[in-house]
Design a protein around this ligand. Sequence first.
Ligand code: PMP
Length: 397
Amino acid sequence: MNQLAERLSRISEPQTIKMAKLGRELKAQGIDIVDLSIGEPDFNTPEHIREAAKKAIDEGFTHYTPVAGIAELRQAVIHKLKRDNGLDYTPEQIVVCTGAKQCLANAVLALVDPGDEVIIPTPYWVTYSEQVKLCQGEVVFVPCGIENNYKITPAQLEAAITPKTKLFMFSSPCNPTGSVYSREELAALAEVFEKHPQIYIISDEIYEYINYVGKHESIAQFGDLKNRTILINGLSKGFAMTGWRLGYLAAPLDIAKACDKIQSQFTSATCSITQRAAVTALTGDLSSATAMVEEFKKRRAYIHEALKAIPGLQVNDPEGAFYMFPNISAFFGKSFEGQTINNADDLCMYLLHRAHVSTVTGAAFEQPNCIRLSYATSMDKLQEGVKRMKEWLGKLS
Ligand code: PMP
């Protein structure tokens, strides 16, 4: 007898995590896998941040903290949002969470009732829809094409809005496409939102620092949108701190209070030691973060050109994050030794089992003509991965 709650049937495990698991299993069998499926920087956390954590342990800073984070950290978040984004918040509007993922969960739980519509431009990050479904919200996907670099246009947004629309969720820079919304593009979307004051916005800015086109812009900067935007950010990507588990949200007071309340019944505060380290990360020297981005930039330049040189791949032009999202539909219907590629899932499995290169199917991100490749790995591995892909894709006919 299946005794699991019905809600489990509404959601699935992220394909990103599944692929990482599969890759690990093959590696454990002794197979040399080039892992381009991972969504985390391959760098170590900067030393001054690690030192702050060690100090916290040595000082015995190892107890429960206020649910929404220590006062010093909430001040550091306020400082960061002013310095980098020109936005003013009060401490009560900041909630520190166990990763940006928990920020998203808090905000979705705080806002979405059964039947509420949530607009998500696709390709999108896998977790958004599943959190909405857990709350019995209705996911409204808006497919965005390569011709607009996978970004939603104001006309598409307007067309997707109904009286039931409660929330809009997106990321810029975007996982999986690397697309970055410019100031002009955000201003144009903001004009649409101005006409629909009932809609809230979750702006996931976790890749803020990994941006190759210049200054990051937040939708919260436009018009009155700060009063209905839940700005989400964290340390995972920009400071190479995925395992530390710290994200933060800045929101209108009532929503921040609701998130604090929800979090108080799930996890309480995130790790006290991580919080101390986060103060150092947010207020300290940013040069190690900048150096990391410079390295990503070099890898991006390499992989962009290398993928473009592989016949059959239609390659997008990512402006941020550390992913490429090539269209691979030219391989559909092609075969090798009786194995036919019918979709992106098949191509990922072909690349994994034949080329020993791990990628993620675009189907996971609601774009079934693409695959996602992460370049958050060493240049040697990237070169080896591209070489293997070229060889094995070339065998398909
Ligand atoms: N948002 C996006 C777009 C992401 O790619 C990720 C991590 N893959 C997260 C949020 C979650 O980040 P965290 O590790 O802080 O929970």
